[in-house]
Design a protein around this ligand. Structure first.
Ligand SMILES: [Zn+2]
Length: 311
């Protein structure tokens, strides 16, 4: 497509985390700067462009991410990229700009990018990636062509996952825990993430049954960070509510915990369940909107909410 010159200039890759958007975007960016015109949308892997891309030093490729230790993509980063696109000497036919975590752009960064998305310099191609497109300003979204990455069917993913992991791995559980995202499931299978997640779910059950101190639990959560624990806590609460109404549903937990959760759900006051859900969503919103909040305080508040249950 790129060699015929017919291409849209701004794309938004949407879908849940860990389902291949990033890998796709990088391969696409590589294909855009590949100098071998015979391979169409496949990078040849051996030309000068591909070699520089592989080394992360291609002068026409921009990857815009939040800096280490920060959660936002700031206006200065966007300005720098735009300046570079306009001023730099062109080496390849296209200048791909990949923005993983596009929802992390601050409002001013997004507004600055907007002007360039409206009138992009001739050969720039913006590839924005997000698993939370609802957090991107509508003005940015409306200037992009969407490419949606749906959750692939389990029947396709499970055999692939089994090939990648040792035979002892519980691929069904890994996939359920990752919300169906294959690459996230693989990451879970290779580290101790699943154990951490199981431990957190046990802690939530203990909090709900008054068997744990919320301050101690919150301090442990803090070591994992809000980015990790908030989605897990949310999925636990959703499982709890689902089990309350549809007992036969398979929760996304380890089977030992599933039994405990099922018992708990049976006694759950549904209005309490919904209150917890609201609190989880509210906590996530506060965390996403703030750059300098006290994570421990936020997590303590949430842990305490789980103890206010007297069934
Ligand atoms: Zn090439």
């Amino acid at each position: 497509m790129q060699h015929t010159g017919r291409i849209h200039h701004a794309f938004l890759l949407r879908g849940i985390s860990g389902n291949g958007k990033h890998a796709f975007a990088m391969r696409w960016a590589n294909a855009l700067i590949c100098e071998d015109t015979r391979t169409a949308m496949r990078p040849c892997g051996i030309c000068r462009g591909c070699i520089l891309f592989g080394a992360g030093t291609h002068p026409d490729v921009e990857i815009v991410e939040s800096p280490p230790g920060k959660r936002n993509i700031g206006i200065d980063q966007i300005r720098e990229v735009i300046e570079h696109i306009w001023l730099s000497r062109q080496f390849a036919s296209w200048k791909p700009v990949v923005v993983p975590g596009a929802e992390c752009m601050t409002i001013s960064a997004a507004n600055t990018l907007l002007k360039t998305l409206e009138e992009p310099p001739g050969k720039a191609v913006f590839i924005l990636i997000t698993d939370r497109s609802d957090r991107l300003p509508i003005t940015v979204r409306s200037r992009c062509r969407f490419l949606d990455f749906p959750i692939p069917p389990k029947e396709l993913v499970l055999p692939w996952l089994a090939e990648q992991l040792p035979p002892s791995a519980d691929t069904g559980l890994l996939l359920a825990a990752s919300g169906g995202a294959p690459l996230l499931a693989l990451r879970y299978g290779k580290g101790d993430t699943l154990q951490q997640r199981t431990a957190l779910h046990k802690e939530l059950t203990m909090l709900l049954t008054g068997k744990a101190n919320p301050m101690i639990i919150a301090a442990r959560w803090k070591t994992l960070g809000c980015a990790v624990v908030l989605p897990w806590i949310l999925s636990y609460v959703i499982d709890l509510i689902r089990l309350r109404f549809r007992e036969e549903l398979q929760p996304t937990l380890h089977s030992d915990d599933a039994a405990a959760l099922r018992r708990l759900a049976g006694k759950l006051d549904s209005s309490f369940g919904y209150r917890l859900l609201d609190r989880c969503l509210e906590t996530r919103r506060v965390w996403e909107d703030s750059t300098s909040l006290n994570e421990l305080l936020l997590l303590e508040g949430l842990a305490i909410d789980f103890t206010i249950y007297d069934s």
